[in-house]
Ligand binder design. Structure first.
Ligand code: V3L
Length: 85
């Protein structure tokens, strides 16, 4: 069931869950079979590339992180930079 899945981006030693709004955008584009699209995250435009499963800053593609779609229950550091205990 799709509601059991969520989107994550890579941190230093684990994965961060995307914020809920961005997660909805990712899921909508994924379901629409878009392969690349742009997202506004914390004031910066990021390119999402679902063929390579990465996000990168639009104005600096060297700032690249792996992303994944995984079970909501997968281990994570927190949500969008907010740590969980
Ligand atoms: N959602 C929220 N913040 C993001 C995202 C995103 N999808 N992508 C990048 N940032 P870059 P550790 C992350 C933030 O890739 O200790 C985490 O959320 C990013 O935040 O060069 O390494 C943590 O807050 C970073 O602060 O564009 O696991 C923080 O890193 C900034 O944008 C530390 O996490 C530049 O990332």
């Amino acid at each position: 069931e799709t509601e059991h899945y969520s989107w994550f981006y890579e941190g230093r030693n684990g994965w961060w869950q995307y914020d809920e709004r961005t997660n909805v955008e990712l899921e909508e584009n994924y379901n629409a079979k878009k392969r690349t699209f742009e997202l506004l995250v914390a004031g910066y435009m990021y390119v999402i590339d679902l063929d390579n499963m990465v996000q990168m800053r639009r104005n600096d593609p060297s700032r690249r992180r792996r992303i994944k779609r995984d079970l909501v229950s997968a281990p994570k550091k927190g949500i969008a930079g907010l740590k969980i205990a």
